[in-house]
Design a protein around this ligand. Structure first.
Ligand code: F6P
Length: 367
């Protein structure tokens, strides 16, 4: 059976921004226009633009010279979900299902379907649209690298580069002042950034959500180094790290977001808990925060973003709806979006990365 011709596709970036988004937008647009002669529409500010019919025509000129730039030329939002869309009417907030309105906009614009660049939350929404019959292809994005069914999300390597660079800088000042330096990095439920940056930046202690830590073990590591004449220590802590028998440190809640919890503050807690016991040692905390999400993507993310963008259009044209492009080993392939959003991809406890870190003496705060 021959398929109806495809002429127009829509594109949006959803969720928190991430270095490499523009490389994907450029690759999708160029491939769609040059290889397949399509027209491309980009929705503004993620799913909000889809619901409110805010869009821009993407052409070769509008995506020229953006591959090396951070952010997203389309804008994004990690709050707007068409299936539970926040509106304010006569001063009061309400959440309504606006998915049919969004689908109406897709039809009225004559779009054959959508390419959604997003993480767990946005791909969940994309999957719901797919179940309602919208033709969707997903592209995996998040600095946290915690999406299942792909080895790497684009943006992750840039975040690691930023965090590792921060550790290099903290090292010299830590050593000069004989201090304990704590770097808090992003990673809500998975410690990929902390682990990679910690190994790359020669941390002494890495605390990740997957391994609840004992403060006694952290103190033991600092004390051991002190006895060996190393009067400074570097600790990397993921924002979602938890003490044994303790809780994640929540900074605030964003009730309208798909994932309302905003973490932050675990670095300060670790500092206070160490400070209570090691009263002679000076401790300083740096929260890297959104610096990890901003700025120019490293070459790996520009290249991966480009590969993902090209592959997404090819998958769409091949009729692989409901799929997400994915890196498996060295190959870009496709998987069902459902597989990617089933569960968060955490650092496996038998990972050779953990073994390598332990091999060079890094402590995970285990008893
Ligand atoms: O999921 C990406 C992420 O950067 C998390 O690591 C972080 O906890 C969260 O987004 C921060 O979100 P916001 O942009 O709302 O501060």
């Amino acid at each position: 059976m021959s398929r109806a011709p495809i002429n127009h596709i829509g594109l949006l970036t959803g969720g928190g921004d991430c270095p490499g988004l523009n490389a994907v937008i450029r690759a999708v647009t160029k491939t769609a226009i040059i290889e397949f002669g399509l027209e491309v529409v980009g929705f503004i500010d993620g799913f909000r633009g889809l619901v409110e019919n805010q869009y821009t025509q993407l052409d070769l000129r509008s995506v020229s010279g953006i591959s090396h730039t951070g952010g997203t030329i389309l804008g994004t939002s990690n709050r707007d979900n068409p299936f539970s869309f926040l509106t304010i009417s006569q001063g009061s907030q309400q959440q309504t299902d606006e998915s049919e309105r969004a689908i109406g906009n897709i039809k009225n614009l004559g779009l054959d379907g959508l390419i959604v660049i997003g993480g767990d939350g946005s791909l969940n929404i994309a999957h719901q649209f797919h179940k309602k019959g919208v033709k969707i292809v997903g592209v995996p994005k998040t600095i946290d690298n915690d999406l299942s069914a792909t080895d790497v999300t684009f943006g992750f390597n840039t975040a690691v580069d930023t965090a590792s660079g921060a550790l290099d800088r903290l090292h010299t000042t830590a050593e000069s002042h004989h201090r304990v330096m704590i770097l808090e990095v992003m990673g809500r439920y998975a410690g990929w950034i902390a682990l990679h940056a910690g190994i790359s930046g020669s941390a002494d202690v890495i605390l990740i959500p997957e391994i609840p830590y004992s403060i006694d073990a952290v103190i033991a590591k600092i004390s051991q180094r002190y006895r060996q004449g190393k009067k400074f220590s570097i600790i990397v802590v993921a924002e979602g790290a938890v003490p044994i028998d303790g809780e994640m440190v929540i900074q605030n809640l964003v009730p309208t977001s798909h994932d309302p919890i905003r973490l932050g503050g675990i670095g300060q807690k670790v500092a206070e808990d160490i400070g209570e016991r090691l009263t002679d040692i000076e401790i300083r905390v740096t929260i890297l925060g959104h610096l990890q999400r901003g700025g120019s993507p490293v070459p790996f993310d520009r290249i991966l973003g480009t590969r993902y963008g090209v592959a997404a259009v090819e998958a769409f044209m091949a009729g692989k709806y409901g799929c997400m492009v994915s890196l498996q080993g060295t190959q870009v392939t496709t998987v069902a979006i459902e597989e990617a959003i089933k569960e968060i991809r955490k650092v496996p406890l038998d990972s050779d990365l953990l073994a390598a870190a332990r091999g060079v003496g890094i402590s995970f705060g285990e008893d």
